[in-house]
Design a protein around this ligand. Structure first.
Ligand SMILES: Cc1ncc(COP(=O)(O)O)c(C=O)c1O
Length: 345
């Protein structure tokens, strides 16, 4: 059957007609000369929205995290981060490969939070046997804990613990607007406690490419140097940034629909035999659930035959709602899932 519903990720979203029009009409210039007015507008608007001095348009969330870490920690320095976070698990060790930065992972709780006690204990004393600890990295929403939205209070506690040791704090906010929308708060409440933050345009905001990194002006200057070292100084990239400007105006509030759809999906799936899922834990657009050990790939393959595309796995699967998914797609998915789980059982 042709795939009708693609729940692999919110990265599969396609630009809206309004974005395509803005891209077509975008005013452009050479961004390496800082001459692209559309990129400049996007960077300013993103920084203003997140309450920071300046912004830098980067290729991806991974690159935003990478240049942020490299601009704040030198070769031989250490960063503290959660053991389930994206930087540690899914960015191919880039900060170590390219920057010689040591990653020190600490146990993440089921909501994606690191306790102040763990942070205090992780910071190294001044001792030439140890790498100097420079930076704490946190993640909101937290992908591997089913998109848990960290609160401003969680964020402040973690940041205060880091600051007590003179560390800086970076927030990987690939889905930061999901976190703000789900709590009905201004995104600035989630960024005020941290020094630097990224968010992705290419996920729930539905742009084709890009992320924005924000922080103070000196930091952004240094991050721009690292972006150049990584070969990602871009030229007339206003054609892409134009979609980002549209997204910041028109794609944030609608994420509430993705959260409603995710909840409906979670509630339906949780009723099926063989599924481990507490729908009460789902508060943004990521729905992770347990399936019988070793059955994940089979379930994904059978779902595809039913017209629903999800990633495989062993005993942990994920479905992601987004701009391309409506309530009927959720009904369709639940029907397919019911059929597939009865076959697997
Ligand atoms: C929490 C988090 N951070 C960073 C990234 C990386 O983003 P990108 O795929 O644009 O490199 C992702 C991607 O899924 C993510 O979930």
């Amino acid at each position: 059957m042709e795939v009708r519903v693609d729940l692999r990720s919110d990265t599969v979203t396609k630009p809206s007609p309004e974005m395509r029009k803005a891209m077509y009409e975008a005013e452009v210039g050479d961004d390496v000369y800082r001459d692209d007015p559309t990129v400049n507008r996007l960077q300013e608007k993103a920084a203003e929205k997140l309450g920071k001095e300046a912004g830098l348009f980067v290729v991806s969330g991974t690159q935003g995290n990478l240049v942020s870490v490299l601009a704040q920690a030198q070769r031989g320095d250490e960063i503290i981060l959660g053991d389930m976070c994206h930087i540690f698990n899914s960015e191919a060790g880039g900060v170590s490969v390219l920057g010689g930065v040591v990653m020190y992972p600490i146990k993440t709780d089921r909501h994606g939070v690191l306790s102040p006690e763990q942070i205090h204990a992780a910071v190294k004393p001044r001792d030439y046997h140890k790498p100097p600890t420079k930076l704490l990295c946190i993640e909101n929403t937290h992908n591997n804990t089913s998109g848990q939205a960290l609160t401003p209070a969680d964020t402040q506690l973690m940041a205060d613990a880091a600051r007590a040791h003179g560390l800086r704090v970076h927030l990987d906010g690939a889905r930061l607007f999901n976190a703000a929308v789900s709590q009905e708060i201004d995104v600035k409440e989630l960024t005020a406690p941290v020094d630097t933050a990224t968010f992705c345009l290419s996920k729930g905001l539905s742009c084709p490419i890009g992320s924005v990194l924000v922080g103070d002006a000196d930091f952004i200057e240094e991050a721009g140097r690292w972006r150049k070292i990584l070969g990602a100084g871009m030229r007339q990239v206003g054609v892409v940034a134009a979609a980002g400007l549209v997204a910041l105006d028109s794609m944030i509030d609608r994420m509430a629909d993705d959260h409603v759809n995710a909840k409906k999906l979670a509630e339906g799936i949780a009723e099926l035999e063989g599924i481990a899922l507490d729908p009460g834990e789902i508060n943004t657009n990521l729905v992770r659930f347990g399936v019988p050990k070793g059955s994940g790939d089979t379930i994904a393959a059978l779902m595809k035959e039913q017209g629903v595309y999800i990633n495989g796995g062993d005993s942990d699967l994920r479905m992601v709602t987004h701009y391309g998914i409506d309530s009927e797609d959720i009904d369709f998915t639940l029907l397919a899932m019911r059929k597939v789980m009865s076959e697997v059982a």
